[in-house]
Design a protein around this ligand. Sequence first.
Ligand code: AMP
Length: 282
Amino acid sequence: MEIIKTVEDLVARREELEGVYQTIGFVPTMGALHKGHISLVEKSVKESDYTIVSVFVNPKQFNEQSDFDNYPVNYSSDLKLLEYSGCDMVFMPKSDDIYSDYDGFEIDFGGLDKVYEGEFRPGHFQGVVDVVYRLFDLVKPQKSYFGQKDFQQLAIIKRLVSEANLKIEIVSCPIVREDSGLAMSSRNERLSNENRLVASEIYREMQVVATEMKIGDSTSLFAERFNSRMEKIDVMKPEYCIFCHPDSLQKIKKVEKNTVLVMCVAVLCTNVRLIDNIILVF
Ligand code: AMP
């Protein structure tokens, strides 16, 4: 596995790869890798001729300095996991290198950046677009892999690709969960063992909704119930629970026949912010 640490080396190496491999698969990550990330890498290895993974904690997408400062970093474990997964190249740049002579990339978000996560994390999605556009431009992949765990991010990346007219296929990958049901996340490392178990209540409650919600139901009642169940747990504080259209992210108030909707939630467990979602088909 090649390890590339500078933009200059990446550009040079990418030129050498041109014409040698038809399909370059790319998985952008912020490191502290777990099985969720690795599932994306394995899919790319399976579907592409050459897989590049970036490990870069992007300062621009953190709206709180403390969240950035506390973001877990574990390069040696990341490299072992990547080597084992069949990744061909890891790109681990420094922030100055990524953002020298590059201020960012503007798109018309069509409002996708203002709702849900955007409301609670102002500027977050602009930071995501800035880094992903830059990485796409450097890596020049044919395919790029993203997790459904970050559902709104996935919708925004698809919009970026269409707005910027990029010839990149965005492949969405299912959420990988811990045995308890808790969606895997680098942030889970900041939870105590006890709170990690408590946090699995998020998915349990979402499953209750998946079982009970029927055509004709009003979604707001389910959102209220989810929030109040979370509030009853000492260490938990719900931020939002919404039911929306999978592409437009528009809120859906009533469950209609033959529709797909996504239940997206964000909950604080102590000071750790957790997000999750499930797709509901009627
Ligand atoms: P991050 O390092 O958090 O920026 O995540 C990098 C990529 O891994 C994103 O596309 C995430 O959606 C994806 N990802 C993170 N956690 C999971 C998970 N539990 N299951 C599937 N994909 C995930």
